[in-house]
Each structure stands twice: as C-alpha cells, then as structure tokens.
Design a binder for this molecule. Structure first.
Ligand SMILES: [Zn+2]
Length: 256
C-alpha cells in the first residue's frame, strides 16, 4: 500500500480533530490530535471513547506502514497491550494488514479499519470486559508464524518462508522453485501458485522482501506447532464456514 498527500488531506477532513504537525522529513507526514470514536462491532457492545494519537505516515512507500502512537498514556507500553517498547501500536501483522486493506487502500481506511479497532480493544480492557474483543495472536515470531501459516494456507514455518521467498521473485523464477505446499513438485506445476498470485496482486515484491526479512530477523523456531488458540480455531473452522456472517473486525498481532 502506498499513501499520498491526498490521503492525508482526506484523513484530516474526515477526522477534524487531527492536525498536521511539523516533520523533519519531506517523505514522512506527521499527523496528531484526537480520535474520538463511537463504534459497535458485530456482536460487541458499543464503545465511545477519545484518544490522543500521533501518526507517522511515510509517503510514496510501498514497503513501510504508518506508525501509530497513543500519546495520552492510557495504553501501557507492554506486549500484553500490543504496544511495542518504542511506543508504536501493534495493529496487526504486515500480511494481515495488507490483506485487510487491499492493494491500494486510503490512509482513512487504515485509521478506520486498523487503528479504531485497536483503540476499541484498549477501551474494552479498560472497562473491565474479560479477555480481548477480537482474535488475538501470540507475540513475536510465534504469533507471526501462526498468522502467516493461516493466511498463506500452509502448515509449517519452512513452508511460510518458502512462500514468502517465492513472492520476492518474479513469477517466471518463482515457478521453478519447489512448491511450498509440500506437493514435491515445482511451484509452476502446482495450483498453489494461484494462491501466491493473489498475494502478488496485493503488494509488490519489495513488500514481501521486507516481510521475509522481518521474519528471519526474529528468533524463530523452525516449525512451530499451532497455538492452542489456532488449534481451537481450526477445530471450529467448519462451523465458521457454515456461519459466514460471523466477522472479526480486527486481528491484532504483535510485531516486535
Ligand atoms: Zn504444491
């Protein structure tokens, strides 16, 4: 996804209590101020709340997502609250955000569909509701591998890395690689390539290079087993498919 000046203007119009702030870098727009929202996710209670936030939005970049900070000290900077030590919020894994927002989202959609659900979840906790309102992934490498296995339809860590590697290469080159699905054929001879082509339409190769590099940089287990939560989800998947109106507005994953 790539954000432009016009996206910033649209955001400031839609959220009039946000203002542009001075930025040292011409290619990064800083926006800060108040997000006051009222939201009723499907099957959840309405929450109205107000947060002080700052967004650092890289312009023209297809690889880097905006960083969002909560400036009112209402959300403690701990992994349990999905806040990195640098203070930026963990809004979801890069692949999850890309899938959620599509190939050319607006900055307004990023705020409405990724930031507001995060703040809703923070308010949910502060109001003493049990657990977390949305699906919650484990932190760090485990959470990312879990998420990526699910999103890419694969079952092991090495398969995830192989799929991401294929996405960093041109189709012609990737098709000669062993297929990540485990079919023992080349990717070009397996229908799994159609799944990868769907991802290719969502983001450029540079994005997947960054995603793969981030994964490799983590102290990652070779092939993590699905977490208890994922196992439960897999066990429930038939029920979910029969009941597609159940929507999950946000998936929160921590990327340290
Ligand atoms: Zn295959």
């Amino acid at each position: 996804m790539q954000f432009l000046q016009s996206h910033v203007d649209e955001l400031l119009t839609a959220w009039p209590r946000l203002r542009r702030r001075p930025s040292r870098r011409a290619d990064v727009v800083i926006v800060g101020g108040v997000l006051d929202f009222s939201w009723v996710p499907p099957g959840r209670p309405a929450i109205t709340d107000t947060y002080q936030v700052r967004l650092e939005v890289p312009l023209f970049s297809t690889e880097t997502l905006p960083n969002v900070y909560e400036e009112g000290q209402r959300v403690p900077r701990t992994p349990d609250n999905h806040v990195n030590s640098a203070g930026n919020l963990c809004l979801g894994s890069p692949l999850q955000l890309q899938l959620k927002l599509g190939p050319s989202p607006t900055l307004l959609a990023y705020v409405d569909q990724c930031v507001i659900p995060f703040l809703y979840a923070a308010s949910w906790r502060q109001r003493g509701y049990a657990g977390y309102p949305f699906e919650e992934l484990e932190h760090g490498a485990r959470g990312l591998y879990d998420d990526y296995q699910h999103l890419l339809g694969l079952h092991t860590g090495p398969a995830v890395r192989a799929a991401l590697l294929a996405l960093t290469k041109r189709k012609r080159v990737a098709n000669k690689l062993p297929c990540p699905c485990g079919c023992a054929r080349r990717l070009g001879r397996c229908n799994y390539r159609a799944s990868l082509n769907t991802w290719r339409r969502l983001a450029p190769r540079a994005f997947f290079r960054k995603v793969l590099a981030q994964l490799l940089a983590l102290d990652a287990p070779a092939a993590p087993a699905p977490s208890a939560q994922r196992r439960l989800k897999l066990a429930n998947s038939k029920r979910c498919m029969r009941n597609p109106v159940v929507t999950r507005p946000a998936l929160v994953a921590c990327v340290p």
